[in-house]
Design a protein around this ligand. Structure first.
Ligand SMILES: [Zn+2]
Length: 180
């Protein structure tokens, strides 16, 4: 198959000149596979992206990443009336789920308002979810400890947990992508 020579296209050349984009040297390197498309970036901020659990990567500090983004993870369709928790790292609970090969619909997201799209009885809803306490313990968030802190104080930390603060502290993009 012969590909068209786009360098001969008047429309594209005009566009390139409008963009003031120099004609680059062709490098036979494909786009990095970890790059998020624009639509994926939007989905992460809105409805989240459903992915198989294996596609979630674990950063060195145990946080969860999808492609180049730091994400949180939750289950789209809760099995009971209990709302799912969202996970901010590879906690004990998540490792259990992985070991049990649970076939839930896992969603990654980087929304900062604590609200997530779930499905209950076939209905889509956007609800506030709580952060997973195993995760808080593992990240030692605000000194959180399952053993050393009373349940009511643990609950306070859960209620005050802010994803905005979490992402501010750790960033939206993984460090491996930040390096020059
Ligand atoms: Zn967790």
């Amino acid at each position: 198959m012969k590909l068209p020579d786009f360098l001969q296209s008047a429309a594209l050349n005009e566009l390139r000149s409008k963009m003031k984009a120099p004609l680059g040297e062709f490098e036979p390197v494909s786009l990095p596979p970890l790059t998020l498309s624009l639509s994926e970036q939007e989905q992460l901020q809105e409805s989240g992206i459903e992915i198989p659990l294996e596609e979630v990567r674990i950063a060195e500090d145990q946080r969860l990443t999808y492609k180049e983004a730091h994400v949180v993870l939750y289950i789209r369709t809760p099995v009971s009336d209990n709302l799912p928790k969202f996970h901010i790292c590879d906690c004990t609970k998540l490792r259990q789920m992985r070991a049990n090969h649970r076939f839930d619909r896992y969603v990654v997201s980087n929304r900062e308002d604590g609200h997530f799209e779930i499905e209950q009885s076939g209905q889509k809803k956007v609800l506030h979810l709580d952060v997973c306490q195993y995760c808080l313990g593992q990240m030692k968030w605000m000194g959180f400890s399952y053993e050393k802190i009373r349940p009511e104080d643990r609950q306070k930390i859960v209620k005050n947990f802010s994803l905005k603060e979490f992402f501010n502290q750790y960033g939206h993009i993984t460090s491996q992508r930040k390096s020059p």
